[in-house]
Design a protein. Structure first.
Lengths: 310, 310
């Protein structure tokens, strides 16, 4: 491409709306390349790709409506005898409602991680952005190292330490690690820089507000979208965590739903009648996350952007 | 003019927020670094200590085991272990298949989504992100069923077409687990790349079109180079994530004997701690995995910053 063509579009009429991300759906109308064939190919490929993503989840939905005999007997996407409610009832009955105890545990672990872990991260990120102090760069370097160490590489070390102090098989073995979210600190620093103008804090300081008060009264509310994003990702991260609770917890009453279901899967190998319960339990355990993601779309999209575009 | 100068000074001074130095910053940072120390630094240090020691029983094996300093012996044993090295090789092979498939798929899907003729972008984004709302355990469970003959519509359909594939035999199980990873992570990265694509200046694309470059040409020679920074971040997190491989093989190992208890390094470390009860070797293996992650992510960061400069 020559440089003369690069300067040409400055004269080309471009509707401002067309340049705003996310609202370019009408861009194609003026495009001579938008013939039927390419439209067909592009959208066809998009449909195939999306089908690959959606079909396994759809299978889970269909499979959870079947009892053990139909699961092995009928074709996968046919509705057999509709046994979804029977399956749910069986899940609820097993071991005196243990499944709902697991769901509750997951909500508690993920909730504590999301609310308090993210607050801790947001406070640290805000401090890294707004305050000047000694060793700032090296401390932030520590945070980045924390981002780069794989989670599972610290699980066994954490277990070894926890067994030294006798904390395995307690809720604290889960609740303390979920408070630590170095990536959240990194994101919070980005959010603080873009959402909280230093002028506002300066004005608050002139009015006599201390730094803590101005954080809770001004900084935190301004960073709320960022806080919600970090909390959402932390919630999902803890909800999905498998190795940490698997290693730390032996008491079935303390397990989160991820480990609980994998135990049922283990039972289902010699006893196939457990299979519908594994499938239905899986479906029940993803519904809260699906709802959270659909309702909070705006936030996870902005979180992904802030994380990748430095 | 004067107000502008004033804002600039305020902004400059505001970054320092005079009077809010070390002590206030500490108040904001202490909670994070406290959990960071407990959940990351202390476990790693304790594991380092453990990894240089060994439990030795005196004489005939009666009485209490003694902890003795053995230097790097544990590390030597881990590296000499055939199963561990096989696990490393397998993980390397997994990376070689997984990273091109997942990242390549994400790039193609994001470019398709950004093509002018693409329809229903919001819906497609939501659909490809769906797998990310499914926890790793559940994703592995769903696919384990989709790989199991007798219950899987996939196996059934292939058999109907005269193709006999056992997804869980010794040769196919690695690609089958790669597929689970691809399913879980492609959509997440599509969203990141699509957001990066939206930031590509429309003027450049318009110029290329005026110049006669077709949609595909514009995608390959303009859009793709401009999303390379986002791509290098994705590579970094993908490599860190891949080293964590544990959940999927752990779940699949219950459905097939092809996945052994030492299949990948993380499983090896878990097996060392809980089946062989050799905590010192488990600690050494964990340190090796964390070190490997550190080296690889450093290499990717170096490489990508060099690429971005040139």
């Amino acid at each position: 491409m020559s440089s003369s063509t690069l300067s040409r579009p400055s004269t080309a009429p471009l509707k401002p709306a067309n340049r705003r991300p996310g609202s370019r759906s009408n861009r194609g109308s003026s495009n001579r390349g938008g013939g039927f064939a390419s439209k067909f190919t592009v959208n066809g490929l998009l449909i195939i790709g999306s089908a690959y993503m959606v079909v396994p989840v759809l299978w889970l939905v269909f499979a959870s409506t079947k009892n053990a005999a139909d699961l092995y007997g009928t074709s996968a996407y046919a509705l057999g005898n509709f046994s979804l409610f029977e399956n749910i009832a069986n899940v609820a009955k097993q071991d005196g409602g243990l499944f709902f105890r697991w769901l509750g545990n997951s909500v508690m672990y993920a909730g504590v991680g999301a609310v308090f872990g993210s607050l801790i991260s947001v406070m640290a990120g805000y401090a890294f952005d707004k305050f000047q102090f000694r060793w700032k760069d090296s401390l932030f370097g520590f945070v980045l190292v924390g981002v780069l160490i794989p989670n599972t590489a610290t699980v066994l070390p954490m277990y070894l330490l926890a067994s030294l102090v006798g904390m395995t098989n307690t809720i604290w073995a889960i609740l303390i690690p979920v408070l630590c979210n170095p990536f959240g600190v990194y994101l919070a620093r980005v959010y603080s820089a873009s959402y909280v103008p230093a002028e506002t804090l300066e004005a608050a300081r002139m009015d006599g507000a201390g730094p803590i008060r101005s954080f809770f009264a001004l900084g935190l509310p301004m960073m709320m979208p960022g806080y919600i994003t970090i909390a959402l990702f932390q919630f999902v991260g803890v909800w999905n965590n498998f190795m940490l609770p698997l290693v730390m917890l032996q008491d079935q009453q303390l397990l989160p739903v991820s480990v609980g279901i994998s135990i049922w899967q283990g039972y289902s190998v010699p006893q196939p009648e457990f299979t519908p319960m594994v499938i239905t339990g899986s479906l029940l355990s993803i519904i809260p996350l699906l709802l959270a993601f659909i309702m909070l779309q705006r936030f996870w999209k902005s979180g992904l952007t802030a994380g990748s575009v430095k | 003019m004067a107000t502008q100068a004033l804002t600039t000074t305020v902004r400059r001074r505001g970054r320092a927020l005079a009077g809010t130095g070390g002590r206030t910053a500490a108040l904001f940072l202490v909670p994070f670094f406290a959990v960071f120390a407990i959940a990351m630094i202390a476990p790693v240090i304790y594991s380092l200590v453990l990894s240089f020691h060994s439990q030795q029983k005196s004489g005939l094996g009666f009485g209490e085991a003694k902890t003795v300093f053995v230097g790097v012996e544990n590390y030597v044993q881990v590296f000499q272990s055939e199963t561990f090295m096989e696990g490393i090789a397998r993980l390397g092979l997994y990376c070689l298949i997984y990273i091109p498939c997942m990242v390549g798929g994400a790039v193609v899907f994001a470019l398709l989504l950004d093509a002018t003729v693409a329809k229903a972008r919001k819906l497609f984004q939501l659909l490809v992100f769906l797998p990310h709302a499914v926890p790793g355990v559940i994703a592995a469970l769903i696919w384990a069923y989709l790989y199991t003959p007798g219950i899987s519509p996939l196996v059934q359909a292939l058999q109907g077409g005269g193709i006999q594939i056992n997804f869980l035999d010794a040769h196919m199980v690695l690609p089958s687990i790669v597929n689970i990873g691809v399913w879980e992570w492609t959509g997440y990265n599509v969203i990141i790349l699509f957001t990066a694509l939206q930031a590509v200046p429309r003027e450049i694309l318009e110029a290329a079109r005026v110049d006669g470059a077709g949609e595909i040409r514009a995608a390959v020679s303009i859009k793709f180079p401009l999303i390379l920074p986002a791509l290098s971040v994705i590579m970094l997190f993908t490599i860190i994530g891949t080293l964590q491989l544990f959940t999927e093989p752990n779940i699949i190992s219950k459905a097939t004997a092809s996945v052994t208890s030492t299949w990948v390094p993380n499983l090896w470390a878990y097996d060392a701690a809980f089946i062989r009860h050799n905590l010192n070797q488990a600690a050494a293996a964990s340190i090796i995995i964390a070190g490997l992650a550190a080296i690889l992510s450093l290499a990717v960061t170096r490489l990508s910053s060099r690429m971005n400069k040139s």
